[in-house]
Design a protein. Structure first.
Length: 527
């Protein structure tokens, strides 16, 4: 694949990813208003179990299949492509189907004995089929990616998320009268309908859509030596390629699962009722975490661009440019995430009230806010390390962070005066460890030394001035306009203030126009 085709494919996936993540973040605002914090808590409880099982069953499958498909295409072995696709599809269907059945059958046990809230059983049962459907969809995506066509994957991602969001909102609204647990289960079922829509779309392209320039393989094609590989030989290669990626992909779901597995139970021990524990968990996982994750829409795109850029520069031995791009990436990360963290900390309750009609969620949001910076730094430094070929280091560091998070959660959440704040502090502590370790390894392997004045001092100065201005403007405007308008105006004023202070400090001088997935391409042209 030529450079322009690669960049076009990367840009397509990046844009689709941004759209999907925006949809995934924004739907939570009306959903939270419909089901409240307790319903959000029940909805969120099922997801960590699902994501862990999904990571085991299919996380590395698209990459593995795309690699094998592209290898066979390079040999013009079209029958070999067919064998890879069919064998992989059969294996994944059997494995993930069995996993889905086991999850469905154990739903009530997991809800009552692990999550300590039997009402979550409905949500677990509702999401169980998604393990099978999403895993099968990953085979189709890997197949198309092997043909170097990213548009089918991108379109299926957006379609999947759109159908999911529609199901969540409609299902929750109509089933809420039957009970909060049924509304949460209906919303969770959105993952199933979204995946089903994605499979139908991709299967339709596989059988009928030549406009994507996908040539469906047949036995009439040239049969090379790859076609002689037996079923178990193909399975062995798929597993060998997918396993490391699956293990690495398992770490983040485990990190997320720590809250679901510890927070409700420790809150019970602190004296909270089952219903109250679900409310507090919903405020944290469905409200605060959603807002803290918003800046990562940019840092995830940044990290995705870093991997090929750093890899290419390392291959050419251009270490000076590597260090330059690392510095620029981290400057942008802090420049974006730091004001978001300050704003969420200062306006935690007003923002939660404006978006979710739940000002109480502002308590956990204020303590969770620093995680916006730490998570952004973790993602960006992970992109650097992966670009250098140190793919397991970010996963190991995140696993260590998960251990710290578990310890803090388990210790502090059970303290009555701390409660849900302990879980927020656990998240901050976990990402502090993972981002710090990533940063240390980046320094060690590259020899790069940060310009603290540009990277840290200027954004901190601007964010501090912004935070003070936002604080006083909100409390002044609140008495005149009310909380909602005061929040909106204060946020807009804060953004303007922050940008102006950065401009005065000269922070924008060496950073040009930035677009998702193209920043490093733009920088490389300036060399």
């Amino acid at each position: 694949m030529g450079t322009s085709s690669f960049l076009r494919g990367a840009a397509i996936l990046t844009i689709a990813g941004l759209i999907s993540k925006l949809l995934g973040a924004l739907y939570r605002i009306p959903f939270f208003r419909v089901v409240g914090s307790e319903g959000m808590g029940l909805y969120q409880m099922a997801y960590p179990l699902y994501t862990m099982l999904l990571a085991v069953s299919s996380a590395g499958i698209p990459v593995a299949i795309s690699k094998l498909v592209s290898e066979n295409l390079a040999r013009r072995d079209y029958y070999g492509v067919t064998k890879v696709f069919r064998v992989s599809l059969l294996f994944i269907a059997l494995f993930s189907g069995t996993t889905s059945i086991l999850l469905y059958k154990s739903a009530y046990y997991l809800a009552g004995h692990v999550l300590l809230d039997s009402r979550a059983g409905y949500s677990i049962m509702a999401i169980a089929p998604a393990v099978f459907l999403v895993s099968v969809m990953s085979v189709f995506r890997g197949y198309f990616q092997g043909y170097q066509e990213m548009a089918p994957t991108a379109c299926s991602q957006v379609l999947e998320q759109a159908v999911r969001v529609l199901t969540v909102l409609v299902g929750a609204y109509f089933l809420l009268p039957r009970g909060i647990e049924f509304a949460a289960a209906a919303a969770t079922f959105g993952t199933v309908t979204g995946a089903a829509a994605g499979i139908i779309f991709l299967a339709g392209l596989y059988f009928q859509k030549p406009r994507f320039d996908i040539v469906r393989p047949s036995k009439t094609g040239f049969i090379g030596k790859g076609s002689n590989r037996g079923v178990f030989g193909i399975l062995n290669r798929v597993i060998v390629l997918a396993l490391p990626i699956s293990l690495a992909g398992l770490v983040m779901p485990v990190m997320q699962a720590v809250d679901a597995l510890t927070v409700p139970g420790r809150l019970h021990l602190a004296g909270y009722s089952v219903s109250r524990a679900a409310q507090l968990y919903g405020q944290l996982s469905g409200g605060a975490v959603t807002l803290v994750n918003l800046p990562t829409i940019i840092t995830i795109s940044l990290a995705s661009s870093l991997v090929p850029a750093i890899s290419s520069l390392f291959e050419r031995g251009n270490y000076r440019e590597v260090n330059k791009q690392i510095g620029t990436a981290l400057e942008i990360t802090i420049m974006v995430c730091l004001p978001a963290a300050v704003g969420l900390a200062v306006l935690g309750a007003p923002v939660s009230d404006l978006l979710f009609k739940c000002p109480e969620a502002g308590v956990s949001l204020a303590f969770l806010a620093p995680a916006a910076v730490l998570l952004g730094l973790h993602q960006t430094t992970s992109g650097v390390l992966q670009g250098m070929g140190r793919t397991f280091l970010p996963a190991i560091n995140l696993a260590l962070g998960a251990v710290i998070k578990f310890f803090i959660n388990y210790t502090l959440t059970a303290v009555p005066r701390v409660g849900i704040i302990g879980a927020a502090l656990g998240t901050v502590g976990g990402f502090l460890i993972s981002s710090t370790l990533n940063f240390i390894f980046v320094l060690h392997y590259t020899g790069w030394r940060p310009d603290l004045r540009t990277m840290l001092l200027k954004p901190t100065t601007a964010a501090t001035i912004m935070g003070v201005g936002v604080y006083f403007s909100y409390f002044y405007l609140k008495t005149v306009l009310g909380s909602s308008w005061a929040t909106v105006i204060s946020i807009l004023a804060g953004v303007i203030c922050y940008v102006l202070v950065l401009a005065v400090l000269g922070s924008f001088q060496k950073i040009g126009i930035i677009g998702p997935g193209i920043i490093f391409r733009s920088l490389s042209r300036k060399r």
